[in-house]
Every structure is written in C-alpha cells, then in structure tokens.
Design a protein around this ligand. Structure first.
Ligand code: CP
Length: 310
C-alpha cells in the first residue's frame, strides 16, 4: 500500500491512515527481525544515504540496520568527515550525492526545516531523522508502536511527556502523532521549559510532577539538555532532579501499571533514576528494538517497492 505522504518530514500533517499503515507494517517487520535470517530483499534495487550532521547512536544505527535488513545499498555520510568542513553547502552536498544515483535520503540536522529544504531541491524521498527542536517522527512512531504493544490502543490513553518540552523534537512529534491517534496528551516541566499556548493544541500542562503522575498511564521522560541550565532555564541540576526527576519514590504515588519511556540518551540520576530506567515499568529498550522495525516500515512504504515479506 502507498502512503499519502511522499516524504516523512514530521507527524504534524500525518494522517491517521498513514500512521496506522506504518505501525501495522512495523509489526510485520518485527516478525522478520525475529527470524533466523532477519532479512528480506524488499529494497534490493534501492540506494539509501544517511546524512548525519549531528551526533546520534540509536537513530543512525537503527536506520542503517533497517536499510540493511531490507537489502538496500547503504551510504553513510558524517558531516565531520566530509567536504562540509571545507564550506560546501547542504544543497550542494545533496546534489552531488544524488548525482551518484541515490533514491532515499535520511537526514539529521540541527536546523529546523532542513529535511523540507532538501525536498525542494532534490528528487529523492526524504526521511527526517531529527531536525533541531522541530520534529523526530520515527522516534514518535517507535514510541507509539511500543505503546500499542503494551496497551493495544491509543484511544483515551493518558501519556505525559516530562521535562524540556520547549526544545524537544521528540515531544512535538509525540504530541502530533498521539493526538491524531486519539490519546490524551499532557506535558510536565518547569514553566521555562514549556512553550506558551501548548494548550491550544489540546495538550494538558502540569508543573507538578505528582499531579501529572496521578493522571497518567505513561510517562515519557525527556533528556534534560544540560546546556539549558547554563542558559538559566532552571536553577540547578540538583533542583531539577528534586522537582522533576522520576524516582521510585515519585512513582510510588502512581499506578503500579504505569509505563516509563525515555527516548535516550539518558542522564541517569537527573531526569530519571537508574532504578526506574532499569525497573519493571520501563520499556526503554523495547522502544529501541521497535525503532528498527518502524524504520523498516517507513522506508518500505515510502520507497514504493512491493512484496515486503518475500
Ligand atoms: N532518541 C534518539 O534520537 O537518540 P540518538 O540521538 O542517539 O539518535
């Protein structure tokens, strides 16, 4: 089946049908990944380039693994080892790579809108692997796949994103995707880290973590970007941990069935206590596993190729 979207730039405009199609397809690809030979020839005629202008562990490796599991030809580009260092522009970089006959481009870039810019200057299919504080759609999709595995449905599910909402592409993509699928979305953090007017999107805002926990089925704990403290957006790491750190004591005030997520990388002992990150309520590594299946699904559905499971 084809998606309505031509590129995966974000979830703001993604339809319920497209999100469901990617999540359904990811379930099939997860089965492929459990086979003795976890590989299908689906993208054997397709060349994919991974353009990373920012550091990454999970997203870069799981995109690359997804491409290899689909039998695509894979090129990896790292800005720090490229002619970008000699002043070559993003558009020139891509045009030169496209001249080598590339079909799909995965891009992580610090500038919001960089993936959209590529679609205006090239003919490849573009997948956003995180653009500044804007969107990180495959992270939200893998989060949603994990939630659907645990709860079976999004309808009425109460998901709270905790921490630095203002600078988080993970938060924005989760908000768009979860609202589209019928979940109830809340955010919790200090006022300096929560954008104004977020309620206009239909999001509940908490500044008190205990209240948020009492009204949530899921906490998705976001990395506190330590440079924000230098910018004066919260007084100290210690105070942040005391007020918003997710600890066993805090969780004890909520349901034992509450699910804990984190997109990584974690600051253990700051936004999340190690006992919570590694505890029975955590699905953090399940999220990482699902990242490969979700990225296989997105690549497959956007490629226009057929016969996914052969
Ligand atoms: N969740 C996430 O985007 O992690 P990386 O920065 O390691 O890719």
């Amino acid at each position: 089946m084809a998606l309505q979207m031509k590129h995966l730039l974000g979830l703001e405009d993604a339809s319920r049908e497209d999100i469901s199609a990617i999540l359904d397809s990811a379930v099939s690809f997860k089965e492929v990944l459990s086979r003795p030979i976890p590989k299908v020839p689906t993208l054997r005629h397709v060349t994919v380039v991974n353009l990373f202008f920012e550091n990454s562990t999970r997203t870069r490796m799981s995109f690359e693994l997804a491409e290899k599991r689909l039998s695509a030809d894979v090129l990896n580009f790292s800005a720090s080892a490229s002619s970008v260092q000699k002043g070559e522009t993003l558009i020139d970089t891509l045009k030169n790579i496209e001249a080598m006959k590339v079909d799909m481009v995965v891009i992580r870039h610090p500038m919001p809108g960089a993936p959209l810019l590529l679609t205006q200057h090239c003919s490849s299919v573009v997948l956003n692997a995180g653009d500044g504080p804007h969107e990180h759609p495959t992270q939200a999709l893998l989060d949603m796949m994990t939630l659907r595995e645990v709860f079976g449905t999004f309808e009425g599910l109460r998901v709270t994103l905790v921490g630095d909402i203002a600078h988080s592409r993970v938060a924005l993509s989760n908000i768009y995707g979860l609202l589209t699928m019928g979940a109830k979305v809340a955010v919790c953090g200090p006022p300096t880290l929560i954008p104004r007017h977020l309620e206009n999107l239909g999001v509940t805002v908490y500044h008190d973590l205990d209240r948020a926990i009492a009204h949530s089925d899921v906490l998705n704990v976001l990395r506190i970007q330590l440079e924000r403290q230098k910018a004066g957006l919260f007084p100290s790491i210690r105070e942040y941990r005391e007020t918003y750190g997710v600890t066993p004591a805090r969780l004890g005030k909520g349901s034992k069935d509450m699910v804990i997520m984190h997109p990584g990388p974690m600051n253990r002992g700051v936004e999340i206590d190690p006992a919570v990150a590694d505890g029975p309520q955590s699905v953090i590594l399940q999220q990482v596993t699902n990242g490969v299946a979700v990225r296989m699904a997105a690549l497959y559905l956007l490629s226009g190729e057929r016969d996914a499971m052969e």
